[in-house]
Ligand binder design. Structure first.
Ligand SMILES: [Fe+2]
Ligand SMILES: [Fe+2]
Length: 314
């Protein structure tokens, strides 16, 4: 049995105070929004409590699916690197970037490169990469489990938070999924933006969601995990070979202020059954907003059997 923890939208705090030159362009509107709204939502104490609960479940692996930072300030990337290092070894943690991790285009700062040890293929997975030179998709294989990490993170104009995979990454994903299907592995796709068309407003959407769904329908996947919406969600993509569960989680640091969903994460228990798989998901998190009760209780929120598929197309 393999236990995967899925957390997202860390939006790490405290936010370093940006200097004037850093507040040009999109960061200015982002910072004002931070002060007005998001500062009350994303709390380090909430994140710390959630992580403590998650670590107590002893997951085999942790997927962190984007928005580790807020304004892509240089100090934030360093702080997120420190946070990842405290969370665990790169072999136990897989990261994909979100739109806040590519908030602006920066030429001088390594940015997400600081997290590269958490965003690369392992030796076994590298064999299934379509192009050795591109970082995404990366492939990590742990026994019968394959993790495929995608990047939808691109800088966007103010008030926009859309993402895209782009043609090259989509072609590589199709080829990787096709190769992995031959190996009878449980394929988990990691992506920041909600992957299905209509899951979110166009302003915040994945622009090539239709093309991604086509790829998933054609080549299959056993599970897709995402973030970005700051909401717990479960959808299914219908394919000729059955349903692909698509799971979203709230922000891991959300206090629940401003009617945001309080912080939660998903824990998947995956096991092989005869000719197929069994995958059960437990959502764990705060039962109620924590802004008024700083020591809010964390516990099980929901439990669902996602798949108990007897067959999969070869
Ligand atoms: Fe986010
Ligand atoms: Fe996001």
């Amino acid at each position: 049995m393999f236990k995967l923890a899925h957390i997202s939208d860390i939006h790490l705090t405290p936010l370093p105070r940006p200097n004037l030159s850093e507040l040009a362009g999109k960061r200015l509107t982002g910072y004002l929004n931070w002060l007005r709204h998001r500062k009350a939502v994303h709390q380090r104490a909430v994140l710390n409590d959630l992580i403590a609960d998650m670590q107590a479940q002893a997951p085999d692996h942790i997927a962190v699916v984007g928005d580790l930072v807020n304004l892509s300030l240089p100090e934030e990337f360093q702080a997120a690197q420190n946070w990842l290092e405290a969370l665990g070894d790169p072999e136990k943690i897989s990261v994909v970037p979100g739109n806040h991790d590519a908030y602006v285009t920066s030429r001088s700062e390594p940015g997400i490169d600081r997290w590269r040890a958490y965003m690369n293929s392992n030796a076994e997975g590298a064999r299934y990469k379509a192009t050795a030179s591109d970082r995404f998709p990366y492939v990590r294989i742990f026994g019968p489990i394959a993790l495929i990490g995608l990047s939808t993170a691109i800088p966007t104009p103010p008030f926009q938070a859309f993402g895209t995979l782009g043609g090259q990454q989509r072609r590589a994903l199709a080829s990787t999924l096709a190769q992995l299907a031959e190996q009878n592995l449980f394929r988990i796709v990691l992506i920041h933006h909600a992957p299905l068309e209509g899951q979110v407003s166009r302003r915040r959407s994945l622009r090539d969601s239709v093309e991604l769904s086509e790829i998933l329908r054609k080549f299959g996947a056993e599970l897709v995990v995402h973030g970005h919406n700051h909401q717990s969600s479960l959808h299914h993509l219908e394919t000729a070979n059955g349903l692909i569960p698509i799971c979203g989680v709230p922000s891991a640091s959300s206090s629940g202020a401003h009617k945001h969903q309080p912080a939660a994460y998903n824990l998947y228990q995956i096991s092989k059954t005869g000719t197929g798989w069994r995958c059960e998901v437990e959502s764990r998190g705060f039962h109620q907003p924590t802004s008024t009760t700083p020591n809010g209780e964390i516990g099980e929120l929901a439990r669902t059997i996602l798949s108990a598929s007897p067959d999969r197309d070869r």
